[in-house]
Design a protein around this ligand. Structure first.
Ligand code: B12
Length: 653
């Protein structure tokens, strides 16, 4: 059997002869080619040729946009969240009255969306620095929607979009892959119209607040985006493609269960229903924390969850995935990227993981092994070969079910931990904060003041303690991103109601301090960082948020200028984690390291990594960020120039 035959068997629930293995080299290739670090023997080869000469399957399952960087027109479409790589098998075209105009400025593409009702501007970029770090999806530097009402023009563009079959380009890719890869047609980057709006048109966190406050308008917008999704379904009803990829980037926190069920599941099911009669497998990109989504993904009827990224990157072990999904859908991925990065793990650890993997997925039906989400540019190429060697030796199917070592089980500590204590007399306040009802929170705060409660007590034991409870619920998966954001907004309303009395309250609340926070250079993930900021603020910290893509120089300059108690860094990519070490080193060189405490977090960051780079603290969740920050401040984190100034001026008054 060749790889394609094996992979298709796995996708359709049949048992291939051997475990299929395709490491997904596109990001690695883009990074190494841009930095000139391809292995010598592969320097002149394409990614397909490299896979072929190593005997690996060719993984072309997700939107690799490297081919776009040559064409400003194709890049321009990404400001609408639209991608049509050659293997899509279709092109997109606007109807009369809608046009995109674009011009290149260096690595940026400046875009104008022109409609009869008006125009909007956007800027996207894909530069060599991004490619070196393995980033292949262009960065929308300036989104089309600047004011909320701009959605109406974007909606017009989606209503006019048509899907034009272009099967010749699909067949060319299919021919290029031969029997060594499955030509999966990527239909859409998001899984549904609302998910499309969430991913592409509003900030990662802003969307959730809008989804709460302006649902009716967003539903109207989604109906227009839906025209495009309907046309995709019509195309796939008879498109002669081998398999289809439909959206992704699911994560229990951001595509949280009720949202997934209302907005995503119905569209996945519709796509599955269109393809099932022709036995064309439907894949979706399940690359995040899936603990709370397992049943929903299974119920959606998709044939495969792709880019499955188990513990230690997320909380579910590969065995848990296999037990819960393999009766109904194929798992693609399963080897966390850190096992191919020498700075993160030893070769023995990789071999230990492979031993575990072969037991965890026994008997081996519905599983395609690969590095998730992709092989990073910093990978040790030989490790990819070690994986193939193990599969060659032990990967014949069916695999025998043997004892499964529990060393890869995710720690249960968080789930087993107790909810933070909350003072009973503030129960109503806790409930109102939990419901995100700012008006009620403010009203209750005023009432408590009238009853003679000290403002500082209401803040600490009522509002901040309520946020601790919501933060805990979030950490254990009982609350989701919007709950945290709305609770924080409600707390802000409460703080405003207390503001007068608090101004005179001295000393400032016990646990507060100043935190300088940002996502490190090269990294644009900001949802987790924003949540950390929100929860820290709600816990009484002053947070100076530097945003995303923050250079080490900016962290150090700001730390020198503002002398915060804590510098907090977030990274979601293994390739951007080394920036954290750089910041720690530069803080030392600048002579401020002793005055600030450094805390780090983000999905790939671990306690061990934090210790290795000499950070002072690590937090797995926003809740941890608060407890670690409190601990460090209590232990005497210094460097409080701004805070001291404020206290001094308060005392002077
Ligand atoms: C959503 C998402 C995206 C969105 C980001 C939207 C946004 N505005 O942030 C989009 C689609 C744009 C995206 C793009 C990319 N992504 Co992405 N993405 C994700 C995904 C699915 C979820 C991340 C998320 O928001 N989680 C929810 C939040 C709440 O959790 P969190 O960020 O972990 O934060 C919590 C904790 O970690 C902690 N925390 C976070 N920061 C801090 C800081 C401190 C100080 C502390 C104490 C705690 C702390 O507290 C937070 C709240 O509890 C992850 C999957 C995953 N497992 O994480 C992949 C993931 C991070 N992406 C990945 C990749 C590869 C990419 C791309 C490179 C893809 C590409 N081909 O270009 C690009 C890179 C873009 C860039 N330049 O940065 C990979 C990274 C792999 C790796 N090991 O490096 C992941 C892990 C997917 C995977 N399974 O492998 N992505």
């Amino acid at each position: 059997m060749g790889f394609a035959e094996r992979a298709l068997a796995a996708l359709k629930g049949e048992l291939p002869d051997t475990l299929p293995y395709a490491p997904r080299l596109d990001l690695w290739y883009a990074g190494c080619r841009t930095s000139g670090t391809l292995p010598r023997e592969h320097e002149e080869k394409t990614v397909e040729e490299i896979c072929r000469s190593e005997g690996w399957g060719i993984y072309r399952l997700t939107t690799d946009c490297t081919h776009l960087s040559d064409s400003a027109e194709d890049m321009a479409m990404t400001c609408l969240g639209l991608f049509t790589p050659p293997e899509a098998g279709f092109k997109l075209s606007f109807g009369d009255g809608v046009r995109l105009e674009c011009r290149r400025k260096g690595f940026e593409v400046h875009i104008s969306l022109l409609t009869e009702a008006g125009s909007l501007e956007a800027v996207v970029e894909l530069n060599p620095g991004m490619l070196r770090r393995g980033i292949t999806v262009p960065w929308v530097k300036r989104p089309l929607i600047q004011r909320f009402d701009d959605w109406k023009l974007v909606a017009t563009a989606f209503e006019s979009l048509t899907v034009v079959p272009d099967l010749a380009s699909y067949w060319r890719v299919q021919e290029l892959l031969g029997g060594d890869g499955v030509a999966v047609s990527p239909a859409c980057d998001a899984a549904s119209p609302m998910h499309h709006i969430q991913k592409w048109f509003f900030g990662g966190t802003e969307f959730f607040v809008l989804y709460h406050d302006r649902r009716a308008e967003l539903e109207e917008f989604a109906a227009s985006v839906g025209h495009f999704y309907e046309r995709l379904l019509v195309f796939y009803a008879d498109a002669p493609v081998e398999a289809v990829m439909w959206g992704g980037n699911f994560d229990s926190a951001i595509t949280y269960p009720p949202y997934f069920e209302a907005q995503i599941l119905p569209w996945l099911s519709r796509a599955a229903n269109v393809l099932r009669p022709r036995r064309v497998p439907l894949l979706t990109h399940c690359d995040g924390e899936n603990r709370k989504l397992m049943d929903l993904v299974r119920r959606s009827g998709v044939d495969a969850a792709e880019s499955v990224c188990p513990y230690p990157m997320t909380s579910l072990t590969l065995r848990e995935y296999y037990v819960q999904w393999s009766a109904d859908l194929c798992i693609v991925g399963g080897i966390p990227a850190e096992y191919v990065i020498p700075e993160r793990t030893s070769e023995d650890e990789l071999l230990g993981y492979m031993d575990y993997l072969l037991r965890a997925v026994a008997p081996g039906r519905r599983f395609i092994a690969g590095i998730t989400d992709a092989v990073p540019p910093s990978a040790d190429f030989d490790r990819l070969r070690r994986i193939q060697e193990v599969i060659d030796r032990r990967g014949r199917l069916p695999l025998s079910v043997g004892p499964i070592p529990d060393v890869f089980a995710a720690p249960e500590t968080m789930r087993a931990s107790q909810a933070p204590r909350h003072v009973a007399e503030y129960a109503a306040l806790l409930e109102a904060v939990g419901a995100g009802d700012g008006q009620r929170v403010a009203g209750l705060c005023r009432q408590l003041l009238v009853q003679g409660r000290a403002a500082a007590d209401i803040l600490e034991d009522g509002l901040i303690a309520a946020m601790d409870v919501i933060g805990w619920r979030f950490a254990v998966g009982e609350a989701f991103v919007p709950d945290v954001l709305l609770a924080a907004r409600a707390i802000e309303a409460g703080v405003q109601a207390l503001e007068g009395p608090l101004d005179t309250a001295e000393p400032p609340p016990r646990s507060a301090g100043i935190v300088l926070l940002g996502t490190v250079k090269g990294d644009l993930h900001d949802i987790g960082k924003n949540l950390v900021a929100v929860v820290l603020r709600a816990a009484g910290f002053k947070v100076i948020d530097l945003g995303t893509d923050v250079t080490a120089g900016v962290f150090v300059d700001k730390a020198t200028e503002l002398r915060p108690h804590i510098v907090g860094m977030s990274a979601l990519l293994t390739t951007t984690m080394p920036e954290m070490e750089r910041v720690v080193r530069l803080l030392t060189e600048a002579g401020v390291r002793d005055d600030v405490r450094v805390i780090v977090g983000g999905a790939p960051v671990t306690e061990r990594f934090a210790a290795d780079i000499c950070a002072d603290g690590y937090g797995e969740s926003a809740l941890d960020a608060v407890s670690v920050a409190r601990r460090l401040v209590a232990a005497g984190a210094r460097g409080t120039r701004v805070w001291e100034d404020r206290r001094a001026s308060a005392v002077r008054q």
